[in-house]
Design a protein around this ligand. Sequence first.
Ligand code: NAP
Length: 269
Amino acid sequence: MARLIFGVMRPRQPILGTELAGVIETVGKDVTRFRPGDAVFAFPGGKMGCHAQYRVVAEDGPVALKPENLSFEEAASLSFGGSTALHFLRKADIKAGDNVLVIGASGGVGTALVQLAKHFGAEVTGVTSAANFGLVASLGAGRVIDYTKEEFTKGGETYDIIADTVGATSLARCKHALKDKGRLLMIAGGLPDMIAALWAPLTSSKRAIMGPAGERPEDMRQLAELAKAGVLRPVIDRRYDFARMAEAHAYVETRRKRGSVVVSVGHEG
Ligand SMILES: NC(=O)c1ccc[n+]([C@@H]2O[C@H](COP(=O)([O-])OP(=O)(O)OC[C@H]3O[C@@H](n4cnc5c(N)ncnc54)[C@H](OP(=O)(O)O)[C@@H]3O)[C@@H](O)[C@H]2O)c1
């Protein structure tokens, strides 16, 4: 499915990179919201093109002023996980007091989900391995489950929302861990499990929420405000120079990263 969107044999967009932070070099004559010299972060998402020294972004697109308390690297790391987490928590209609489980709580999307669910007043449980317990607890999870030792569906606990960022479960496998009207957020997952979940509302009050998150300008502004207020803390695992891009991708593909990996693009213009 992804190949049909991004290119069957090779990437349709040859310059990869879905998010960025940097300084505005120049603006079009009708632009009023931004000026040259403004520090911004942006999330072109599927349009990519951010692994570059320059990227054109639309004034009314997913771009916002960089919070002053964040470095460029930190700001660049906010949008992928942050906007995905905002999208899915909004779709799940999260409320204060909800019991929320985040599978993959130490990843790029997971670290944002834990912090934002906590901010919205939820009780948060994170699922990760022991090495990441300290990180996930520091982000606001009241409880952390080690997936290498414990199956979260076996503990007897039930949740209003289960957010799966690694494709570790399906609606059929976790339905007993969902409360009545509970929602499974299938942020990553296989097509067969997603198709099977589409029929669930016919027979059950529990449902799955899936699909692409999209890139919304208002989410970028909200992420900036939350970061400025100290509610959303960027989590950066490793930093690479542009020349080591292949190594950066190889590390991400291990699926073991904690938070984000950031690449610094040298400015030789
Ligand atoms: N639907 C959408 O619009 C949308 C948007 C954005 C992203 N996504 C998808 O979301 C997924 C997550 O991306 P990401 O960048 O957040 O992932 P990631 O950062 O690569 O996730 C890695 C983390 O997941 C943990 N992990 C791995 N297997 C686990 C398991 N079985 N149980 C619990 N934790 C586990 C790892 O911890 P350990 O090292 O301890 O295992 C690691 O810290 C990707 O598949 C991406 O394509 C979807």
